[in-house]
Design a protein around this ligand. Structure first.
Ligand code: SF4
Length: 80
């Protein structure tokens, strides 16, 4: 499973930070940072989710009010 984080869309509400500790507040930018993620496009980041963090990642995606976080299974099918 992996997440795709569109930081361009992010408006810095930080619900994702509460849900999953891979997301951290970047107060200067007014946006979240996704630790260890790879930038696959301008402002778009992807990160493989460890099995132990799958629930937290899903909660983060559901918590985001602007749908900046998407969750995909290993086949690339969008789950959230
Ligand atoms: S919940 Fe969404 S809008 Fe808020 S900081 Fe996280 S990614 Fe950005």
């Amino acid at each position: 499973m992996f997440v795709r984080f569109n930081r361009n869309t992010c408006i810095g509400m930080f619900q994702c930070v509460e849900a999953w500790d891979a997301f951290v507040e970047n107060k200067d930018a007014g946006k979240a940072d996704l630790k260890g993620a790879e930038e696959v496009d301008s402002g778009v980041f992807e990160l493989e989710v460890p099995e132990t963090a799958e629930l937290d990642a899903k909660f983060a995606a559901r918590a985001c009010p602007v749908d900046a976080i998407e969750v995909y299974d290993d086949d690339g099918e969008q789950m959230i």
